[in-house]
Design a protein around this ligand. Structure first.
Ligand SMILES: Nc1ncnc2c1ncn2[C@@H]1O[C@H](COP(=O)(O)OP(=O)(O)O)[C@@H](O)[C@H]1O
Ligand SMILES: [Mg+2]
Length: 437
């Protein structure tokens, strides 16, 4: 490094210096591991020592830049790395350099974690998106990405994000929640689980409805696992989150537009394409646009047993939301026709909710029974009945069958399921012995 005395370094030399520093420091770190909180300080000290031993005299600005890059390199995603490492934390939200929030056990908390400045936040965003061949800049200020461990990331930078660059990370839960855990958590009862399993195996079309973060994808994953292993499953998602264990799964993911804003591949494109892939089942991560209409048509034309989620706050709300989404398909169909399609395609709506205390529950399982005049007939088969709130603000209540057996029950029987009054709750006629079949 002959040119170094004058403070002039070529890029390749800077690169060499960085790897030299990283090597020295890593060796020392491995020799004497330091607790995560102290790592940054310890590293900085070791870096300074390693740098001094090179006898280089670089301009302060350049030296500091190199130190920062090396530290970021060594410390993963900078200040939020420790949050990402903590298995109790399910989400990490950066609102500009000085406001970092997390979700732990369903509750939002502000942390004391801070970035040095917005530039450092931008660097972390770059580190996340660059390996994926994506970029963020003033022209494309929003980006979706995934960490190598599968966590989902969204980043928004100025000018769109007014108070500084924003990162939202939905952490990949190693081994998503399984049905047994959902039962243990009180999110669903065993009887409800048995019932929905029968519905999935019997090829009912099921829509999981719920708000953001209510647990829709988690439940979709659980329900999809009930699909028998000999069926060909096509999954369609914005960012692959489902983890199906079956042998015969074809996974597809949307693609954002290129830098000229072209060649995007949307959920709708993929739904249409999937029909030509000879699927036994189509599982769509979430319908949020015109694909709702294609999905209904698929459900109505032999691709029964399809599963999807939708953003809505009640089963009835999910029907009107679906109407709105179908109108977005731009086919100029009268609402009445769309509604009829929905009523005949969708068999069951499973409503997932995040309650005020942060707990998540299946708050209703509702049959879509058809049309009566202009109205879609919906019948709750199970329902959460809240009884109150405990002294420590936990929502109290019970998940109960309503005593009504769905009209599609014979379809479950044909598939070999016998679910008695212990599942649906006894109603009067059953007590009197005249069973409704
Ligand atoms: N029944 C549940 N009980 C507790 N936590 C849950 C439950 N279902 C999901 N979660 C957690 O809630 C977060 C959001 O779940 P997700 O299924 O991704 O929601 P959505 O798809 O509705 O946005 C995840 O961290 C997930 O592990
Ligand atoms: Mg989701």
């Amino acid at each position: 490094m002959t040119s170094s005395q004058s403070g002039q370094l070529h890029n390749t030399e800077i690169g060499k210096l960085k790897s030299y520093l990283i090597n020295v420091v890593t060796r020392e770190m491995e020799a004497s591991p330091v607790p995560v909180e102290q790592r940054r300080q310890a590293l900085t000290k070791q870096l300074q020592q390693a740098y001094q031993s090179t006898r280089l005299q670089l301009p302060t600005v350049l030296r500091e830049q190199i130190f920062r890059d090396v530290l970021d390199e060594l410390l993963g995603y900078g200040p939020i790395q420790t949050l990402l490492d903590d298995p109790e934390i399910t989400e990490v939200m950066v609102n500009g350099a000085h406001n970092v929030y997390i979700e732990r056990k369903g509750k939002l908390e502000r942390t004391s974690v801070q970035f040095e400045d917005d530039t450092q936040v931008l660097r972390v965003i770059d580190r996340i998106v660059t390996p994926l061949g994506r970029r963020v800049d003033a022209d494309t200020p929003t980006v979706d990405a995934r960490l190598p461990d599968g966590s989902r990331v969204n980043a928004v930078i100025p000018p769109v994000a007014i108070d500084g660059p924003t990162i939202t990370i939905r952490k990949f839960t190693k081994g998503r929640l399984k049905i047994e855990q959902l039962i243990d958590l009180g999110s669903i009862t065993r009887n409800m689980a048995d019932f929905v399993r029968a519905c999935v195996v019997s090829r009912l079309n099921i829509v999981i409805s719920g708000g953001t973060g209510s647990g829709k994808t988690t439940l979709l994953n659980v329900l999809s696992e009930y699909i028998p292993n000999d069926e060909r499953i096509v999954t369609i998602e914005d960012a692959a989150e489902l983890q199906l264990q079956q042998d015969h799964v074809v996974r597809m993911e949307t693609k954002p537009p290129n830098s000229e804003g072209r060649n995007a591949v949307t959920i709708r494109d993929l739904v249409r394409n999937s029909l030509r892939m000879r699927p036994d089942r189509i599982v769509v991560g979430e319908v949020r646009g015109g694909e709702a209409l294609d999905m209904l048509q698929a459900m109505n034309t032999g691709h029964d047993g399809s599963l999807t989620t939708i953003h809505a706050n009640s089963p009835r709300d999910s029907i009107s939301r679906m109407e709105t989404l179908c109108l977005m398909a731009g086919m100029d169909l009268p609402v009445r026709v769309i509604r009829e399609q929905i009523a005949s395609a969708v068999d069951l709506v499973v409503q997932q909710s995040r309650l005020r205390d942060g707990s998540r529950k299946v708050t209703s399982i509702t049959e879509v029974a058809g049309m009566e005049g202009d109205t879609v007939v919906m019948t709750d088969i199970f329902r959460f009945e809240q009884t109150g709130v405990s002294s420590d603000n936990k929502v109290l209540g019970e998940l109960k069958p309503t005593g009504i057996r769905p009209l599609f029950y014979p379809r479950l029987e044909i598939s070999g399921f016998k679910l008695g009054p212990e599942v649906f709750g006894a109603n009067l006629s059953e007590i009197l012995g005249s069973r409704r079949r």
